[in-house]
Design a protein around this ligand. Structure first.
Ligand code: PGA
Length: 252
């Protein structure tokens, strides 16, 4: 059985005090139901949020990292720097980074390899655009992205990765993939993992769904066989809705 995960991607939101308050409220209200809770604040708030979460089981993620350990990369943050702040996860390849910052599949792969070297668990995002879906290219697109992101990994390394299927047309739009649409892609991806690695890896790797996840639509998603949790943007910015998602994930 895979542990359910609810991960909050705060994106470029919240001032320092708001971020600390939200972290505290989540830590205070986190249900003890076996669901793994992860929050990803902006990097300048990681140190303060780490403190706010110090005695709680809620885990910390970065929203990005550079692949090099240090060097002349103005504006970037490295894996070892994140480790110093007790960060355990790193979101990589989010569609906003691909779209607005031109991140390529090859760069994402370098970051995945570097994160694993630093013992950070990558949360690797991928998903099709609306035109991909309309042209029936969804499976080809996600397979390409996942294979590229995981290039050069051993099965043992792949088992440390969390995948997050986020159809671009569903992010921040209020349109969610139907549970059947999402399940179909998740099931397909397990097949890709089995082919690329082995059965154990295919069964071990958690595959989260992301894209307008809200308390009112989460229960029908999380009850699908191959959906192991959610990567949540908007609904992760309020403790009430985030904690509600945590409770729903614990009820399956
Ligand atoms: P959303 O964002 O829940 O606001 O759609 C999800 C994401 O981008 O991870």
């Amino acid at each position: 059985m895979r542990t359910p995960i609810v991960a909050g991607n705060w994106k470029m939101n919240l001032g320092m005090d708001e971020a600390v308050q939200l972290a505290q409220d989540i830590a205070d209200g986190a249900p003890e139901n076996g669901v793994k809770l992860i929050v990803a604040p902006v990097s300048v708030h990681l140190a303060s949020v780490t403190e706010a979460l110090a005695t709680s089981p809620v885990l910390l993620s970065s929203q990005n990292m550079h692949w090099a350990d240090s060097g002349a990369y103005t504006g970037e943050v490295s894996g070892p720097m994140l480790r110093e702040l007790a960060v355990r996860y790193v979101i990589l390849g989010h569609s906003e980074r691909r779209q607005y910052f031109g991140e390529s599949d090859e760069e994402i792969n370098r970051k995945v390899l570097s994160a694993l070297d630093q013992e950070l668990r990558p949360i690797v995002c991928f998903g099709e655009s609306l035109s991909d879906r309309e042209a029936k290219r969804t499976e080809a697109k996600v397979e390409f992205q996942v294979r590229a992101a995981l290039a050069g990994l051993s099965a043992e390394q792949a088992q440390k990765v969390i995948l997050a299927y986020e159809p671009i047309w569903a992010i921040g739009t209020g349109k969610t993939a139907s549970p059947q649409q999402a399940q179909q892609v998740h099931r397909f991806l397990r097949g890709v993992l089995k082919e690329r690695f082995d059965v154990e890896t295919a069964q071990t790797v958690p595959i989260l769904y992301g894209g307008s996840v809200k308390p009112h639509n989460f229960d029908t998603l999380i009850t699908q066989d191959d959906i192991d949790g959610g990567l949540v943007g908007g609904a992760s910015l309020k403790a009430d809705s985030f904690l509600e998602l945590a409770r729903i994930a614990g009820n399956i």
